[in-house]
Design a protein around this ligand. Structure first.
Ligand code: HSE
Length: 429
């Protein structure tokens, strides 16, 4: 193929991100050609509604037949921005069967069924790149897959959902309650009309599965991730966190245990103000990595939005196109380590338990004893009297989740403790 022969690109989906990808392909055509070594030609865009106004996009490129577009047989690169499981999976597999490399932002599909896609790509000798699937514009997939591949990553912790970070930040900075902050996020377009995937932690859990797979060279799927959303985070939790010198963040936490197993969880977490993740404001994302040799690394930036996410898509597109020009392919899935998942009960963390108790002699001692009986050591206690009752907050040292749950179970049955003990993870040792 001559240097002037274009590589043909098909785009599936032309929403917030897709329209920016199409714009950049047109506006930056000369630079992209120089960087790839051959022109990139956008030959078709699959959309659901062709009649929607799309300024700057040639209507002749639009089609509603995505199946036919990926099956043309002359497409070099397919960009999948449809999202969801089907028809995205079938379209990607068809594109691969027809010899195209694929760039996708589809975290849900890769977290649920990545291995099917990766094996198909391996067999066909094509690339699958997905930088935009985790934390939007932040380069994190390639640093884990390539830059840190000679190191041993021991932990990846991230704020990987902008909507929930916006809501929690608003609760801290403006004293808003959850419903007010969510309404605000929806008005500003940070949260979808149906915010379930964000506020219940599904979006963050899918990203956590991808991060853990990359970091630990193992297969981690969505079903392996212990998930908790932010809908039950109350103003009282926010205040308690502040009084303990922390902020509440929805944290995706992927850790390598001493026994070699992997723990992956998404939880509202009290993060000490001294931790770099505590300072991440608004809808920003950030990922914090600990590795044996590089030490501690932090990546921060916009985790969503048209142009930022399109930047990650274009980075992948140029990389896949360069590989194609050299008749090669980039690194595929690395899952050689086949690590087991840590039993959720064995996950070690600090915890904060908040409860209402009768304010009378011996109650604090009884609560402390319940923790002590199950091997849980206490780090800090705060108490506020409310008439004949007291609001008691207890921060533990690092303990196994099962030990803490057994202690809480026992507390729940004590007559001096009111029903409804709130429990939250605390980051740090
Ligand atoms: N809805 C996500 C967020 C962006 O709020 O961060 C796409 O994953």
């Amino acid at each position: 193929m001559g240097k002037s022969t274009p590589l043909k690109v098909a785009l599936l989906g032309c929403g917030v991100v897709g329209s920016q990808v199409a714009r950049l392909l047109i506006e930056q055509a000369d630079d992209l050609r120089a960087r790839v070594g051959r022109p990139l030609e956008l030959v078709g865009i699959a959309v659901r509604r062709p009649d929607v106004e799309r300024p700057g996009i040639d209507p002749a490129l639009l089609t509603t037949d995505a199946d036919a577009l990926v099956a043309r047989g002359d497409i070099d690169l397919v960009i999948e921005l449809v999202g969801g499981i089907e028809p995205a999976r079938s379209l990607i597999l068809a594109a691969i069967r027809h010899g195209a490399s694929v760039v996708t932002a589809n975290k849900a599909l890769l977290a649920e069924d990545g291995p099917t896609i990766y094996s198909a790509a391996e067999e066909a000798g094509v690339d699958v790149y997905y930088e935009a699937a985790v934390a939007g514009a932040i380069p994190i997939v390639r640093p884990l897959r390539e830059s840190l591949v000679g190191d041993e990553v021991t932990a990846v912790m991230g704020i990987v959902n902008g909507t929930t970070n916006y809501i929690l930040d608003k609760m801290h900075t403006e004293g808003a309650d959850f419903a007010e902050a969510l309404g605000d996020a929806q008005r500003l377009g940070y949260a979808e009309a149906d915010p379930t995937a964000d506020i219940e932690g599904y979006d963050a859990a899918a990203k956590a599965a991808l991060l853990a797979s990359l970091a630990f060279h193992s297969r981690v799927q969505l079903s392996d991730v212990v998930r908790e959303g932010i809908t039950s985070v109350s103003k009282a939790d926010i205040t308690a966190a502040e009084e303990m010198g922390c902020v509440v963040k929805l944290l995706a936490r992927c850790t390598l245990g001493e026994d070699g197993s992997i723990a992956v969880g998404v939880h509202p977490t009290m993060v000490p103000l001294s931790h770099p993740l505590a300072a991440i404001p608004g809808a920003y994302n950030a990922i914090f990595i600990e590795s044996r040799n590089a030490g501690r690394l932090m990546f921060m930036g916009p985790g969503a939005g048209g142009a930022p996410t399109a930047s990650a898509v274009l980075g992948d597109l140029v990389t896949a196109a360069r590989n194609r020009v050299r008749n090669g392919r980039g690194p595929g899935e690395s899952s050689y380590s086949g690590r087991a998942m840590t039993d959720p009960g064995d996950v070690v963390s600090r915890y904060y338990a908040a409860m209402t108790v009768h304010d009378e002699p011996g109650v604090l001692a009884a609560v402390a004893e319940a923790f002590s009986r199950h091997g849980v050591s206490l780090q800090a206690v705060r108490q506020e009297s409310e008439g004949e009752q007291a609001r008691l907050g207890v921060m533990t040292h690092a303990a196994r989740h099962s030990q803490v749950l057994t202690a809480i179970d026992e507390l729940d049955r004590m007559p001096e403790v009111h029903p409804g003990i709130a429990l939250m993870h605390v980051e740090g040792a």
